[in-house]
Design a binder for this molecule. Structure first.
Ligand code: PEP
Length: 251
């Protein structure tokens, strides 16, 4: 499976800037995208249409959503359904990003509900997991990852096709801090995730496991070369076409 290089724009960018960045990214990467790469742009909802106009229809470029509510439609003021996201051309969505767990209060169980519902409605889901710094200091990394995976994947069919699901390992202390997990920490966590996945899905060896947490042009190549690293999820460094295109092309 191709390595997935994903940009999470979070709550940044207005229309002109977002569309312009997507266009610049396409120009900078389209001609020389390595054969083993897939690019995923995950803008705020307000830019799905604008970025979609640049990305949709381009092979190996996809559009994703940062969030959704686990219902097809209904009286859920302020929420967006997977059906509406698919209608705009989204093929992927994040679930369980640490900012939603820790700022918006999403529980492991609610994340699991979203994973199951999003998959059922045809979105490919990237389930984000990762420990906080206190948990790492207490030696609880594997316990946290296991709990988040077990609850996040509780409703997933065992024979799910591997392209429908990805896991993003994002240690919370490395997100937006400039502090990157070391190669050993990344490999240890990804290997644990790979082995743990065997309990929930048949094709666990083929499920992509992305690393996220202060990925930059100067560390992306090294991270992408590590065992069991099948892509990266990038926040800050994805906001400029120049830096994100270097990550997309990093060898
Ligand atoms: C993220 O938001 O998922 C992320 C990894 O952010 P950053 O790259 O800025 O650490």
């Amino acid at each position: 499976m191709k390595k997935l290089i994903a940009a999470n724009w979070k709550m940044f960018k207005t229309w002109n800037d977002g569309v312009q960045t997507a266009r610049e990214l396409m120009v900078a990467t389209r001609q020389n995208l390595p054969a083993d790469r897939e690019v995923l742009l995950i803008p705020p909802f307000t830019l799905l249409k604008g970025v979609g106009e640049v990305f949709l229809g381009e092979e190996n470029y996809s559009l994703g959503a940062q969030n959704f509510y686990p219902a097809g439609e209904g009286a859920y003021t302020g929420e967006i359904s997977p059906v509406q996201l698919k209608d705009l051309g989204c093929s992927y969505a994040l679930a369980g990003h640490s900012e939603r767990r820790h700022i918006l209060g999403e529980s492991d169980e609610f994340v699991g509900e979203k994973v199951q519902f999003g998959l059922e409605k045809g979105l490919n889901i990237i389930l984000c997991v990762g420990e906080q710094i206190e948990e790492r200091k207490k030696g609880q990394v594997e316990e946290v990852l296991h709990r988040q995976l077990a609850k996040g994947l509780a409703g997933v069919e065992k024979d799910i096709q591997p392209h429908r699901l990805a896991i993003a390992y994002e240690p919370v202390w490395a997100i937006g801090t400039g502090e990157v997990a070391g190669p050993e920490e990344i490999v240890q966590a990804h290997t644990f995730i790979r082995n743990d996945l065997a309990q929930y899905v048949n094709f666990y060896e083929e499920i992509r496991i992305l690393y996220g947490g202060s990925v930059k042009p100067d560390n992306a190549g090294q991270i992408l070369a590590l065992d069991n690293v099948d892509g990266v999820l990038v926040g800050g460094a994805s906001l400029k076409a120049e830096s994100f295109s270097q990550i997309v092309l990093a060898e």
